[in-house]
Ligand binder design. Sequence first.
Ligand SMILES: [Zn+2]
Length: 51
Amino acid sequence: MTHNLSSIDPYSPSTGYFECLDCPYRESSGARITACPNCGGDVRNIAVSRE
Ligand SMILES: [Zn+2]
């Protein structure tokens, strides 16, 4: 008997919240953003707590 209830991870690293350091651009996305699509500046993921 096998149950895969653990397939739902409470840490959900697939959801990110990104904030541009150079402009007010903010984006909640499941994709990783490494550069701001608005100004091309650095973007940080503020949704990550620990890794
Ligand atoms: Zn920007």
